[in-house]
Design a protein around this ligand. Sequence first.
Ligand code: G6P
Length: 608
Amino acid sequence: MCGIIAMIGNGPTSKTLVDGLRRLEYRGYDSSGIAVIGDGTIDVRKSEGKIARLAQLLQGDPVDGRCGIAHTRWATHGEPNQKNAHPHTSNDGKLALVHNGIIENYRALKVGLSQRGYEFHTDTDSEVLVNLIHAHYRGDLAAAVRESLVLVEGTYGIAVIHADEPDRIVGARNGSPLIVGLGDGEFFLASDVAAMLTRTRQVIYLDDGECAIITADGVETCTVANESVDKEVTEVTWDLDQIEKGGFDHFMLKEIHEQPETIRNTFRGRVVYDEGDGHLGGLNMDTSQLRDIERVVFLACGTSFHAGLVGEYMIEDLARLPVEVEYASEFRYRRPMLPPNTLVVAISQSGETVDTLCAMREAKKQGARVLGITNVVGSTIARESDGGVYIHAGPEIGVASTKAFTCQVTALAILTLCLARVRSLKLEEGQEIIHALHRIPRQIDRILEQEEQIRTLAADYAGHSNFLYLGRGYNYPIALEGALKLKEISYVHAEGYPAAEMKHGPIALIDKDMPVVVLCTHDSTYEKIKGNVQEVKARSGRVLAIVTDGDTEIAEMADHVITVPPTLDILSPLLNVIPLQLLAYHIAVLRECNVDQPRNLAKSVTVE
Ligand code: G6P
């Protein structure tokens, strides 16, 4: 999971390449580099650490040319250091390559190349690939790339240049995204449209097994087997200011505050009050196909997995269909059973998470209908699924997912309506949900107004090094998500638990140094969870409770409370997660952590 940008035009490229890398930094940020063709030679600059370090290096030791490739890395093979940073060059320095993905058979390829006299100076699989291309080079870069890729097992998004062909860049993809950008007298290859949005909105999404050759005048696309392919040009509609910080200190905070709007974007035009029903045209399923479903399986990772858990509660509750939620990484390796009429739904913000993608392919192989709930238009999961729902959250840059989560949950609520209304859910019940959904954005605004109070609480709790998060029913997944947010960005150990399960283990940990965040809003589990709060208090635990406006009972027991407006049980996750996002954010800021780019994490995990 790394970020690639490559550019060819009629003027200097290095500034644009570095700007592009900055927008890709979310894909990995342990080292970066750039290679440009100068006067018939390839000049490379690489640096450990963030893009700012590369930019600094380039200031003191500039390189430039009309044709260049650049990379921001998240290490998979070999330590994150300058030596292993991309671009990698062939032994004679004439070829340079940037690579996102993993070459699985690189050891065997390396042995063959070593026997032919090639030497290797890094610990990476990518250096093997660049020399493999070199070994096939006979004056035609595109041909050499294609012939090499036929021998490669694994995943790649690559961009390659050759000093003797300064008028072209060759790209290819298999399992790692690569997009062509068509500008005005300049053409690009990038892992994400964000990297080239300042220069062009016209893009071509390459599919697996496809190559692109870009020059200053145009693009040619073909398969690795050298069959020409006609690709559709798509216009990107996201604005650049949508991917800037918009006055907030961090992308994560901006994204938390965007949620009233993004949730509206998810349900806009997709719920019809008069019918008490959802309309999701992208599912590509008619009423009878929806009715035929006998089981639903959600596949996801990380925060998207937690959204899937909320979806499980929703669909079982209202559509009375059995649902299973699976970590995608487990599903694909455990001989899963998918009886006929199982609907498989892959949930992924990026649409590129490789575990989710491969699990989805496994389900397709078994003949299941597969839907995708994704944010990134044109992403691999979106393109490979039989249908699905775009959540319309806009670009999410903060590594810890916030607005994508609430949009996923909103999309799942609408999917639930579609599945439930063709079964037993009554018109009025559907209408009640739609009515409540319309109120959610304004209710989130009211929670966001309490940010200062939450920040003060964060200061009170920021010194602790362990937290427990408890919830029941619909809010058990929210306890998991609250704990994940805290550990991701503040490096504080936090565990989410079903509140009643606490007494089977975690209760042993509770003392005055163990804050317990409890979700105890007014829902069907309220009476039960009051008992759990008492159990914590009886052991001197510190309780921070999320309660419904006007609640006094919990306030008497808890050390602190944050209030949220009342809503239906099934929509309560949309409100209850907001204070937990803010709490995690402010604790992380107070602990001086890098909120948007937490250590060891990446936004889009395109490796297993
Ligand atoms: C990474 C991110 C998480 C995200 C997960 C799944 O681990 O750091 O924030 O939830 O991947 O990503 P996806 O794009 O599939 O939702």
